[in-house]
Ligand binder design. Structure first.
Ligand code: PXG
Ligand code: PLP
Length: 449
């Protein structure tokens, strides 16, 4: 085959026919294919469409391009790695960058979380974390701890463990017969009546953590392995934890010997103003799941970061035994590791893991300037995250926010929409002028509704 034949043939917007074969994820395929939105190029804070329209990236791709697009340090590291060694088996074999990246991740993790298991996505990180939590109790001789506690309105990716501890009703209904057994849920913390238009953490709701005591009383602590929560729920609409809530969860887990897992796939790598939300909120879990920002979105990769005591619990028995029968063909893939090391280098050199803190006040003020615009029933924010909730059109949940999403795109701004909630989470290199443009465009669209 000539090299020409291997070159992608589609450079401009694909035709209707060319769009068909790709079954798009989490997408209204028929609606999309009738009116596609195609991105062709990216640099810094921007995307470009195939016809050259510039789009301001208000969501860091999908909460992942924290250092902005097209970072040369990353593409050069990836290219170099591909040329040096394209692949190495991760089982019973190592390569230098895997260890370098694990150390780099451990350095920015909360104190005590110092061992890193690599995956290829947030979903795989969640599955791995749940399996590690269950196995941890078993290797300690506490094998009756088999139950997992999730939370309503949680998103933990799309695999069976993740949707089981997750709390998204339509998803749970679709695969209702296939949920993993032994899972219960905490109530979510979203309460517009009490907390609408909160700046930062809402004042009301820490007591909802006490529901965990109720679940402990119901199931008995001796049967519960772990509790998993997102410190800030992202994809189900930006739900900020009430003041004191995460602390109380930590206390209850400690009291009853249950592991606490923070799913930091979105909140990790600087989104909140600290490297992880754990440090930001001053609550240290036993396990952190991460992905997205780990490689700046450039190459798929995830990580499970665990406390030393968890790792150590597995390091027993004959030295030649495999301690954890778990792993992926592409765990610690050399290309992903190269991207990860380069990414963490950028974050460190440019202070991006804490930059959200210095921008947060400007962000918050800009966000709350939207209060009072048509149909806006809540504005909530933390670090460089915005959640904007719109009043739903009766019987047509999501259509109003989707309309805003499309209109923003047409006016050169990429945002996220879920139900009637809009989210912003820009690259952490965002400047005030970008923030002005984001909220200016949003305000214009909202006024025109
Ligand atoms: N856990 C959390 C907390 C997430 O936010 C995942 C797990 C799964 O990660 P992967 O890499 O398998 O997608 C996520 C992913 C949105 C949106 O619109 C958010 C995610 C994914 C898709 C859309 O907010 N988060
Ligand atoms: N299915 C089959 C048939 C396989 O052989 C493998 C891996 O060897 C997998 C699934 C898992 O793939 P991965 O390791 O990329 O998750």
């Amino acid at each position: 085959m000539s090299t020409a034949a291997l070159t992608p043939t589609t450079t401009l917007t694909p035709t209707r026919n060319e769009l068909e074969a790709h079954w798009m994820p989490f997408t209204a395929n028929r609606q999309f294919k009738a009116r596609p939105r195609i991105l062709a190029k990216a640099s810094g804070m921007h995307y470009w469409t195939p016809d050259g329209r510039q789009i301001l990236d208000g969501v860091a791709g999908l909460w992942c391009v924290n250092a902005g697009h097209g970072r040369r340090e990353i593409s050069e590291a990836v290219a170099h790695q591909l040329e040096t060694m394209d692949y190495a088996p991760p089982f019973q074999m190592g390569h230098p960058l895997a260890f370098e990246l694990a150390n780099a991740v451990a350095r920015i993790s909360p104190p005590g979380l110092d061992h890193v298991f690599f995956t290829n996505s947030g979903s795989e990180s969640v599955e791995s974390a749940l399996k590690i939590a269950l196995a941890y109790h078993r290797v300690r001789g506490d094998a009756a701890r088999t139950k997992l506690i999730g939370r309503e309105r949680a998103y933990h990716g799309v695999n069976f463990g993740g949707i089981s501890v997750g709390g998204i009703s339509p998803v749970r209904k679709m695969w209702s017969a296939s949920m993993i057994p032994g899972v219960d849920h905490l109530p979510h913390t979203h309460n517009l009546a009490a907390n609408a238009f909160s700046r930062g953490q809402p004042e009301t709701g820490a007591n909802l953590a006490d529901e965990l005591e109720r679940l402990v009383a119901l199931h008995d602590a001796s049967t519960i392995a772990a509790v998993i929560v997102e410190p800030i729920a992202g994809s189900t609409g930006v739900l900020i934890p009430p003041r004191g809530y995460l602390q109380r969860l930590r206390e209850i887990c400690d009291r009853h010997g249950m592991l606490l897992i923070f799913d930091e796939v979105i909140t990790g790598f600087g989104r909140t103003g600290s490297p992880f939300a754990s440090q930001e909120f001053g609550v240290t879990p036993d396990i952190i799941t991460a992905a997205k920002g780990l490689t700046n979105g450039s190459v798929p990769m995830g990580a499970v970061i665990v406390k030393k005591a968890i790792y150590d619990a597995f390091m027993q028995g004959p030295e030649g035994s495999i301690e954890l029968s778990h792993g992926y063909t592409y765990s610690a893939h050399p290309t992903a590791c190269a991207a990860g090391v380069a990414t963490l280098g950028i974050y460190e050199r440019e202070g991006l893991l804490t930059r959200a803190k210095s921008m947060a006040r400007y962000w918050e003020d800009a966000a709350h300037s939207l209060r009072g615009l048509p149909h806006v029933i809540d504005v909530r924010n933390y670090g460089l995250i915005l959640g904007l909730e719109l009043e739903s059109i009766p019987g047509k949940v999501g259509t109003r926010a989707f309309d805003v999403y499309v209109q923003c795109f047409e006016r050169g701004l990429l945002i996220r929409q879920t139900g009637d909630i809009l989210a912003l989470s820009p690259p952490l290199i965002v400047e005030r002028t970008h923030i002005d443009q984001m909220f200016g465009t949003l305000a214009q669209v909202l006024r025109g509704l």
